[in-house]
Ligand binder design. Structure first.
Ligand code: NAG
Length: 293
């Protein structure tokens, strides 16, 4: 009888651990990389083990018949193709981010949306082109960080990109609206319901961001976003340090005690998004919060 008990105990321990792991299902951290040459390489970011998604920022010029421009300020694109593969070998998804806070971009017509979709497919995804700015590596998807210009035709761009998923590897679509709902630039695109990940920027917008000791504006905006838009999952987009945004920084202890408990209950919670890898290196924000995300 005693021997039986001894045999059972490892099984019981295993079941206990498995159920605990299930109960505390962790969220992911997504991060923007590319806008500061002092943030280390893309491979460094992935090898940190902190992130599930890295968005390469930005394709800052596209549309209206312009020749698209990839701006990865201060970084060389040499070796980046193998860095992307280093990330992907660790099951980290690498996306190309369109737009950003400055740059000349916008879509003028359905045909323009179609031609940008084809350009992205041939130059960054599964198609082929002699110009591929990041080399042969096939990115996992496209991120919409549309912050200027009007919102026209981005819904069509999302639709055209999603249709490429039928050619093999799924094209992941993500978007980074700002927290006032609906988003001025991404509203119609998000209404397609085609986005896998929506990282809402809870910063530079006092009416819907965290205020010292008061999460009510943020939690109310989170609830509006997660109940109004159909998407795979929602992420809390945050500055990784006080220098990363004009306002909206949440100290790690406030995040874990006052904010995460209010958002993790949503069935479509995915984790947090950070702007950016550079500020995360400076402030070790991910390192401080990852066990609670
Ligand atoms: C980041 O913070 C975590 C948690 O406090 C700590 O364990 C880790 O050593 C820190 N990393 C760096 C590079 O400071």
């Amino acid at each position: 009888m005693a021997a039986n008990k001894l045999k059972l105990s490892p099984l019981i321990a295993f079941l206990l651990l498995a159920s605990m792991a299930g109960m505390s299902r962790a969220g992911n951290i997504a991060v923007y990389w590319g806008q500061n040459g002092n943030e280390g390489t893309l491979a460094d970011a992935c090898n940190s083990g902190l992130y599930a998604y890295v968005m390469v920022a930005f394709l800052s010029t596209f549309g209206n018949g312009q020749t698209p421009v990839l701006n990865i300020a201060g970084h060389s694109s040499d070796g980046i193709s193998s860095d992307i593969q280093t990330c992907q070998s660790q099951n980290i998804k690498v996306l190309l981010s369109l737009g950003g806070g400055s740059g000349g971009y916008g879509l003028s017509s359905t045909d323009d949306a179609r031609s940008v979709a084809d350009y992205l497919w041939n130059n960054f995804l599964g198609g082929s082109s002699s110009s591929r700015p990041l080399g042969d590596a096939v990115l996992d998807g496209i991120d919409f960080d549309i912050e200027t210009g009007n919102s026209a035709h981005y819904d069509e761009l999302a639709t055209f990109l999603s249709q490429y998923s039928s050619q093999g590897k799924k094209v992941i679509l993500s978007a980074a609206p700002q927290c006032p709902y609906p988003d001025a630039s991404l509203g119609p695109a998000l209404n397609t319901g085609l986005f896998d990940n929506v990282w809402v920027q809870f910063y530079n917008n006092p009416p819907c961001q965290y205020a010292s000791g008061d999460a009510s504006n943020l939690l109310s905006a989170w609830s509006t976003w997660t109940s109004s838009i159909t998407a795979g999952s929602f992420y809390l987009g945050l500055p990784a340090s006080t220098d990363a945004a004009g306002s909206g920084y949440i100290p790690p202890s406030d995040l874990t005690s006052a904010v995460l408990p209010g958002v993790k209950g949503s069935s479509n919670y995915g984790g947090i998004m950070l702007w950016s890898r550079y500020y995360d290196v400076q402030n070790n924000y991910s390192g401080q919060v990852k066990d609670s995300v």
